[in-house]
Design a protein around this ligand. Structure first.
Ligand SMILES: [Fe+2]
Length: 482
């Protein structure tokens, strides 16, 4: 185009734009909305385009889980918690990366696939013509996390059972039953491992009306139930994750309290109650006995970092929100591809608990960090914490950066991909590399990046991308090649 044509053409184009009704522009979804479009069928293996060299410790597979099936027969879920879970596998070998995605075949997915429509409400969405659910397991979408336990993957939800998945084929193998009496009992999405490879977890039945309970689990490294305990709760606060120390399991009963009524969804029934202090519930790891309950100011936490002991104090980090608005409002607006605010402004905080004196100090670290990652080979040492950052200031309310922080000194380093990217949960690999998936929503690509953990600010040393757009997910794990 000659300069003169450009000068003539520009005002014409602008005039045409002004002639369009304002509503046309208002209805255009933001570019990040493609991360919530969802997919409707399994995704066959697809080689990705790769720039950079793969470090040897990163040979293996990044598994991720997240909500993926957003609509059937003209109905669409309205909350990020609700779509059926799909396991994504990014397999790294030599300098090749191949992606594959497969839905977890839950009881619910099979029934709704056969019916060709949604049959049940979601945790955060009402479905018109929904059937009454038989129990919490009827609603299980297995969409929060995927972790390797023994030789199998567990696709984890939080209000019911985990599903077993084959790591090679991604085929669903069935429901994980820890024991007969625990069938269908909630098993949360964030099991933690100790120094011996034992798995510990909570299960929160905060939806259980007037009888809310917390279940505590210890599972062997091979995946066998060793012990469990059921603890009655004073109130039905939302609990998603917990703290594991060398001697204790600590759960935070938050001040986002379920007031379950039949007319509302679970999320709709959660009310923020700032006048109700949150509770740290401390349990002995050896016996699972309740040791004590310590009140702290009303808070909302999805995720905790690792914990360590410093003299007589128990210390840990937490991604703390001022209230539950991100879960109850923000995550619905995102799933509905609506404008904000999303209330995703959070602060990383450091807890110091003197158990003898029942005194807890909570110190803000003045950074926003979500999806915390640490070196799981040393779960109880004070060590750098990694995570996704920048959510409070981005247009989507989701992270655009990866970050590393020393929780004791506050020294931090980050790499920001800019406003066109959404950064998902990172995994620390061998202590030396950080791997995370991402969505480049302006170019319409999903991908995975690898950075050197000690030099995050230098940016990625490997980028693998594809034109296939994956729904934004929650959590996963990296499994090194044998
Ligand atoms: Fe989580």
């Amino acid at each position: 185009m000659r300069r003169r044509d450009f000068l003539i053409g520009l005002p014409t184009a602008l005039a045409a734009a002004h002639a369009l009704p304002r509503a046309v522009f208002a209805e255009l979804p933001p570019s990040w909305a493609i991360g919530f479009a969802g997919v409707e069928s399994d995704l066959a293996p697809l080689p990705m385009s790769v720039q950079g060299r793969l470090p040897a410790p990163c040979q293996g597979t990044l598994f991720r889980n997240g909500p993926a099936l957003y609509q059937r027969a003209g109905q669409r879920y309205g909350h990020w918690f609700d779509p059926d879970g799909m396991i994504q596998a990014f397999r790294f070998a030599a300098d090749q990366v191949v992606h594959q995605g497969r839905f977890v075949r839950t009881e619910r997915l099979l029934k709704e696939s056969a019916a060709g429509r949604f049959l049940f409400n979601g945790a955060g969405s009402k479905i018109s013509g929904a059937m009454p659910e038989r129990n919490n397991e009827t609603l299980n979408v297995a969409n929060i996390n995927v972790q390797l336990v023994g030789d199998e993957l567990l696709a984890l939800w939080e209000a019911g059972s985990a599903y077993r998945v084959d790591p090679d084929s991604l085929e669903t193998l069935g429901v994980q039953h820890w024991s007969k009496e625990l069938a269908g009992v909630p098993f949360s999405a964030h099991p933690r491992t100790d120094e011996s490879g034992n798995l510990w977890n909570i299960g929160s039945a905060s939806f259980a009306g007037s009888n809310p309970r917390l279940v505590l689990y210890q599972i062997s490294a091979a995946g066998q139930l060793k012990k469990f305990r059921v603890h009655p709760l004073d109130f039905a606060g939302y609990m998603h994750d917990f703290i594991l120390t060398p001697r204790y399991m600590i759960a935070l009963n938050s001040s986002a309290i379920s007031t379950m009524t039949e007319s509302e969804t679970f999320v709709g029934s959660v009310k923020w109650m700032p006048e109700q202090p949150s509770q740290l519930l401390v349990f002995d790891r050896q016996t699972l006995d309740h040791v004590k309950t310590i009140e702290v100011p009303a808070t909302f936490v999805f995720h905790f970092g690792n914990a360590w002991e410093d003299q007589q104090q128990l210390e840990w980090t937490a991604c703390a929100y001022p209230n539950s608005n991100f879960m109850t409002i923000g995550m619905a607006r995102l799933a509905q591809q609506q404008p904000g605010p999303y209330y995703s402004d959070l602060t990383l905080v450091r807890y110091r608990l003197d158990l003898n004196k029942s005194r807890c100090q909570i110190e803000p670290l003045d950074v926003d960090l979500e999806f915390p990652a640490f070196d799981r080979r040393a779960p109880f040492s004070p060590q750098p914490l990694y995570g996704a950052s920048g959510s409070g200031s981005s247009a989507s309310g989701l992270a655009t950066a990866v970050m590393r922080i020393d929780p004791r000194s506050g020294d931090a380093q980050r790499y920001d991909y800019g406003p066109d990217y959404i950064v998902e949960e990172p995994q620390l690999i061998g202590g030396d590399y950080l791997m995370h998936s991402f969505l480049d929503h302006r170019r319409g690509r999903s991908g995975v990046a690898i950075l050197r953990a000690a030099a995050l600010a230098d940016g990625p040393i490997l980028l693998a991308e594809m034109e296939r757009i994956l729904p934004l997910g929650f959590h996963g794990c990296f499994v090194a090649a044998a």
